[in-house]
Each structure stands twice: as structure tokens, then as C-alpha cells.
Design a protein around this ligand. Sequence first.
Ligand code: ZN
Length: 438
Amino acid sequence: MKSFSVASLVGLLALSATSSACLLPEERENDGHIRAIRGRQSRNNGTPIGTGDRFSGGGVAPQGLGSQGSNTSFSTILNVNEIASGLKGLASIYGIETFTTPYKTYQGASIQGAVVGGSGGQCKEAYRVFLNGNIHARERGSADNVLFFISDLLYANKTNAGLTYGSKTYTAAQVQTALSAGIVFIPLSNPDGVAYDQSSNSCWRKNRNPASGTGSTSGIDLNRNFDFLWDFNPEVRLERATYHGTSAFSEPETRGLKWVLDTYAKIRWYVDLHSYAGDVLYSWGSDENQSRYPSMTFQNSSFDSVRGILSDTPGTRGGYGEYIPAAELTAQTTAATRMVSGLNAGGGSRYYTAMQSSDLYPTSGASDDYAYSRHFADPSLNLVHSYTIEFSQGNNAASCPFYPTVAQYNANIRAVGAGFMELLLAAVELGLGDETTC
Ligand SMILES: [Zn+2]
């Protein structure tokens, strides 16, 4: 078990005051009290949640905006049933292979995903990019962005066409290249949380496991429940917005994502899709990156007391930085920059930036750091370059700023589509790992 010092707590507090990202300002007040979402009296909930099932139980495949004209737009967000029937529609129309992770949620829901593309065969080793959506419930449009992007790729592939997102245009050949990376995707990794958020408009972030308390304090922040410095950050111990659970991987949702990384063991690139800070974050999230001191890592408990302080200089007077090999850092930042170029051009705005996760605020137990840390903790496991994309700018007129306007919702679909295209093309250029041998 990791411990933290007063110094690291002070460091974390100082840094957390200025940023928003996945947390609301009131949720970042680390005084030990439970903070309800307050002062948001608006009845405007942004883009309405769709009713019924536009995909007719899987009889109709979704089609994204990149394969339709620039005047096309959607007026409602996919409801939880539609996300499932949309995935079923892709399977029935395009014949893609779906899977269900082995762990049911607290409320008995299944977490479903699928694989598309790949080269060199159809075995599990053929899939090298993993896209995950909506681990945080209230980040509306995350699942939609994943599902519609894959739908665009499949439609363009079938019709031998290209894709257009805002001012970004991709040829049919680039669509083929993107698909050749082999993609594993899960549109909705927190189905209980999203179902609750959609029915209550409560700005719900976590899952629905009541293990941590009742009412507004129940639920686990899934993106603090992964086995990466799980018990390090004091932020996550309190029964509040970021409660990290009773142990690393205590939750079926996070165990399911670990299962994906174990099962599709050659995944090389991973994106966890969040909103709404307008950035692409690359590892590490625990402390500033450094490439000079290989022993200065999350695995070395002698640095626990100084981890999470960003104002120090690694290597001086006990100052700490998280070790990242220089070549891996270059690959991380190169692909992040590519994604930013897609996000900025695809959505018609230019507010996305690439930055190291810890520059936003230090975190522990997050999915992206866990995925990237696996090859340090166990050298037999694959290197996974890992990212968080935070789409959108937030909707301050809504009851919850994570609920986009209709214009934002559509712009986000296009921005993320181009961001994902850039990731896939960059991944093919930068490397997908071993040759596939199916
Ligand atoms: Zn988030």
C-alpha cells in the first residue's frame, strides 16, 4: 500500500485548484466533505436523449457523420438501448465480430465491444488499437463518438469511399490503412452509470455500485479503480466524486477493460474517450515525465513521499519525476499531436491541445496510465501507448456542463472522428508491434 505525505497533499491541492477536465470545480475541493453539485439550477439538459430505437433492434446499422454530407446532423443522443442495438446493427450488416466482457455490472448489465479490420488474419493478435467510450457516465456523446466513428469506417470500406470531418478529408485508401491497424472498441464501458445519468439528468460520473455509501455518495469512479498507484492519491480516498473503490479492480467494469488488454494482448495504442477540457493527454498522470532516471518509477516505493509534486526538479533534493523511456515519449507526443490536428480541424474549432496528463492534475488509478504501465510492471506484456482524449468545451448553460448543445454534440462527433483517424494513421506509421501471425 502506498502512502502520501503532507507535502504531496499540499502539492496536489495547489495544482488541482486551476483545472476542470472531468471534474467540476466544486468536486475538486478537497476538504473531506461531500460536495453535491450545486448552484446549477438550469433545466436545460442540452441535446435530448433519444427515445425509442433508431436502429430497430439491430436491423439497421448506424452511419456516422464523416460518411454523410456536411449538412447532416443528429438531434438526439443515443440512449443506452440504442448503443447496444447500434452495435448489433454493425454486426448484422457488416458481419463484424462482437464480444461481451466476462463481468456483469452491479445492476446486471453486460459490457459489449467488437473488433474490426486488422491485417494478417482474424486472430486476436490482429487488433492493435483499443478505443474505449463513456467510462464516466455524464460525458454525453462519448459512446456515440466511438460507435459513429466505427460506423463511418465500415460504411466507407464497404462503398470504397473516403471520409470527411470538417476540413479534414480522408481518401478511401486512408480508410483502408486505418482499418488495417485492427481496432478493438467498447462504446459504453459504464452502462449502469450512463443509464442512470440519462434517466436522472443528475450529472452522474461514477458507476452504480453502492459500496462506498448511499445516495449521492454511492458509486465508484472507474477511472480511479485501475491498478496503477491505486491507493496513492489522497484525492481518491474520500467518499466523493473520485472515490476509487475498495481495491484496485474491485469493479466489474474495470476488470472488463483489463480482460480486453489481456485477451487482445497485442494492443499497442489505447484511447479512453472523455470530455470536456479539449485536450489530448498522454502518460504519465502521476508526476512530470523524465527520461534520465530509470529507477525513479511508480514501482519504487522509496519515492512515495515525493510523488505527485510537480513543482520539483527530478533528481535534485529528492525531487521526483516518472520515468518514461525517451523513444516511448517521442512516440506518445507524436501521436498526440496528430490527434490534436484532427480534433481541431474535424470539429471546426481550434481549442484542443496536447499535454502530459499530470499537467492537468496528478492522478492515480486511471485507465490510460494502467494500460501504459503494464509493460513496466510485467515485461512479458505489450507496450501500450495510452491516451485520454477530452472532447468538447462544456456547456455552461446546461444543468450539467458535460451535456452538450446540439451543435456541440455534432461538432464533437466530427472532431473525434478526425482525431481517431489521425491516431490510426499515426499508429500505422509509428508502429503496431510484432507482425501478426494468425
Ligand atoms: Zn472523464
